[in-house]
Design a binder for this molecule. Structure first.
Ligand SMILES: NC(=O)c1ccc[n+]([C@@H]2O[C@H](COP(=O)([O-])OP(=O)(O)OC[C@H]3O[C@@H](n4cnc5c(N)ncnc54)[C@H](O)[C@@H]3O)[C@@H](O)[C@H]2O)c1
Length: 252
């Protein structure tokens, strides 16, 4: 299967590291013009520069929990490239491991602001643009934490379950208008988010790997391939789906 995005415009949030960056690289390699956005401009700007000196990438600062910034992100993308064919709403934050009795309410709110409200705001402004131009594809980043519960992660799992519900509902609103909306649910993937969990104790890493039937962590590029497929015409009949890419961890 040859998945190709020549002449297409891809917008990615949280593109400075991990799966967002791997997806930006994959869209770029597949021929797309790519907007790398993130809450820290320097981080996404460095990656945009590294990928392309030929004007096919653009770095934009955007905190996805801030409506004015998301609106500006979509407007500035359209100002530079004229349209948004595909969007990967990847930005996310995981609060520290904590059982609910001890968890911080501020962390609960922050996780919902970034992960849930952020995806909602992105879809709000992306669908407005896609309706104007006559179609597009959106993929939201959920998690295996939307398929199963994870002790110590109630806030995070709440946001990721919510993303699956929003994805299904928004997909129904726009399926007949040429906009396909789906989600990806990664398992445990080797990114900065997971390194921060395991760096202090190698035993934690081994215990994690032991739970995965395929006996390794996922790679960011493996999620990027799923995202590209969901955004491509190869998945033209896939609507409102949450694609689990997790080395088998949730089928046990
Ligand atoms: N790594 C995993 O095992 C795993 C598993 C399932 C789901 N996820 C999800 O994958 C997505 C990407 O995470 P990752 O693992 O690549 O880690 P990561 O920490 O490398 O990526 C998260 C990115 O989001 C950005 N970000 C955080 N808050 C933001 C905000 N308010 N506005 C804009 N950008 C913001 C960060 O700067 C970072 O670049 C997240 O949504 C995460 O919840 C990760």
């Amino acid at each position: 299967m040859n998945i190709e995005f020549s002449g297409k415009v891809a917008l990615i949030t949280g593109a400075g590291s991990g799966m967002g960056l791997a997806s930006a690289e994959a869209f770029f390699e597949a021929g797309a013009s790519v907007v790398l956005s993130g809450s820290h401009f320097e981080k996404v700007n460095e990656q945009a520069d590294r990928l392309s000196a030929k004007g096919k990438t653009l770095a934009l600062q955007c905190d996805v929990s801030e409506e004015a910034q998301v609106k500006a992100l979509v407007e500035n993308t359209v100002k530079k490239f004229g349209r948004i064919d595909v969007a990967y709403n990847n930005a996310g934050w995981m609060p520290p491991y904590m059982e609910i009795a001890e968890a911080s309410t501020e962390d609960f709110i922050r996780a919902h602001d970034i992960n849930l409200k952020g995806v909602w705001l992105c879809m709000k402004y992306q669908t407005r643009q896609m309706l104007k131009q006559g179609g597009g594809a959106i993929v939201n980043c959920s998690s295996m934490g939307a398929i199963v519960g994870v002790a110590g992660r109630t806030s995070y799992c709440s946001t990721k379950h919510g993303i699956v519900g929003m994805t299904k509902s928004a997909a129904l609103e726009y399926a007949s208008k040429g906009i396909r909306i789906n989600a990806v649910c990664p398992g445990v993937i080797d990114t900065p988010m997971v390194s921060s969990m395991i760096s202090t104790d190698p035993a934690v890493l081994n215990a994690l790997i032991d739970q995965v039937p395929i006996k390794r962590l996922g790679r960011a590029e493996e999620i990027a391939q799923a995202v590209l497929w969901l955004c491509s015409d190869a998945s033209s009949f896939v609507v409102g789906h949450s694609l689990v890419v997790d080395g088998g961890i949730t089928v046990q």
